[in-house]
Design a protein around this ligand. Structure first.
Ligand SMILES: *Cc1c(COP(=O)(O)O)cnc(C)c1O
Ligand SMILES: [Zn+2]
Length: 368
């Protein structure tokens, strides 16, 4: 049977929709054993649900799917370096957050939940709102006041109730947590079911490169849901005996908000409060990542690192991608800027995989 567990104080909890953190205050993980029956997987439709035995949903009828996932893995060249990019900006709501939302909201449906709350800088809110619409679950989405207009309109288009909060992203999270004392919290950063969706990124990459392991993953980090998802996915493949090693994980943050960059450089085990500046990369402007310690552990375990990129580098990467035919949002361009930094002076033989996390259309107003 699946259980929640706390890696901080080693407590266990049975699954329940209103259990979103440990009594000790720490985040929870999910105890669950994945299987990869490859012959069955190969016969299924190219969506992330083809890894059915690795996704912790009990009943098939609980699954809410828009045939999402199995996004193209395309080769893009950066200064002569070929890099494989996962085209996750092509998801139904325009960002990779659908990976987590399809699984988390399916679980909420399985639990027969009627209403949830979530807080987000926009994309997670859009994804949760879309799958709630599909499930017939009501939702309140808390967002910071200055969130891109396109994201606000999108959240409302799905019929969610938008709660705009004055002040910082952290203030928004506080408001949602208050609401979560009454309603189930469909939080992308707290709820481990979200990571059991984002982990499918790893399964797809593994399958798409011929059931092999890339050398390096370069991924953005805010709360780390794609970063930790990728780590979890490769860990599960290794535990199931499908692969022998886990790729090196390289995280990218904006210099305007880089708690993990700082903690990694200074050798700290946890992140510490930082002073955040304005950044165009709104999706990763997270001053206090919930799973900061878990992210640092994943970086050290895989001999990875964290890179920080400036506002100028982000804007220039966004422009460059546009010129190559990819219209990605600024947050997504931050990862590209980090990728370019990572590739400087590298050998060409290394297989590097990265991601386009979000489409540009929603944030067009912020790009001018
Ligand atoms: C959410 C998001 C990220 C980063 O996600 P975290 O889970 O906060 O690390 C990156 N890019 C885009 C477009 C996003 O929406
Ligand atoms: Zn605990």
């Amino acid at each position: 049977m699946e259980r929640f567990f706390c890696s901080n104080c080693k407590r266990f909890y049975s699954l329940h929709p209103s259990r979103w953190r440990c009594e000790c205050g720490s985040f929870l993980d999910l105890e669950f054993e994945s299987e990869f029956p490859i012959q069955k997987i190969l016969k299924r439709a190219p969506t992330l649900w083809r890894y059915r035995e690795a996704i912790p949903i009990q009943n098939h009828t609980s699954i809410l799917s828009m045939n999402e996932g199995f996004t193209p893995l395309e080769e893009v060249e950066f200064n002569g370096h070929p890099v494989l990019i996962k085209m996750d900006y092509l998801f139904p709501t325009g960002s990779y957050k659908d990976r987590g939302a399809t699984v988390l909201i399916s679980k909420m449906k399985e639990w027969k939940v009627q209403k949830v709350v979530e807080d987000s800088s926009g994309n997670a809110g859009s994804a949760i709102a879309a799958y709630c619409a599909k499930a017939g679950i009501k939702c309140d989405i808390y967002v910071p006041y200055d969130t891109s207009r396109g994201k606000l309109v999108q959240i409302q288009a799905y019929g969610a109730t938008l709660k705009k909060v004055e002040g910082s992203r952290e203030k928004t999270a506080e408001k949602a947590m208050e609401a979560a004392s009454i309603l189930p919290y469909a939080s992308h950063c707290w709820n481990p079911f979200f990571l059991h969706g984002t982990k499918t990124f790893a399964f797809e990459v593994w399958e798409q490169i011929g059931r092999k392991v890339p050398d390096t993953l370069v991924l953005p980090i805010g709360h780390g849901t794609i970063f930790l998802g990728a780590h979890l996915g490769f860990k599960e493949l290794k535990e199931a005996g499908m692969i022998k090693r886990i790729p090196k994980l390289v995280g990218v943050q904006s210099t305007s908000c880089a708690p993990l960059y700082e903690a990694f450089k200074k050798g700290w085990r946890e992140t510490r409060p930082i002073e955040k500046k304005e950044t165009i990369a709104e999706g990763i402007a997270i001053a206090a990542p919930v799973r900061g310690k878990q992210i640092l552990d994943a970086i050290r375990d895989t001999h990875g690192e964290v890179l920080a990129v400036t506002e100028r580098e982000i804007k220039s990467a966004m422009k460059e991608m546009g010129r190559k035919g990819y219209f990605i949002e600024p947050t997504s361009a931050a990862a590209v800027a980090g990728l370019k930094k990572y590739l400087e002076g590298r050998r060409r033989k290394e297989t590097v995989v990265s991601i386009f996390t979000g489409i540009g259309l929603k944030s067009a107003g912020k790009m001018l």
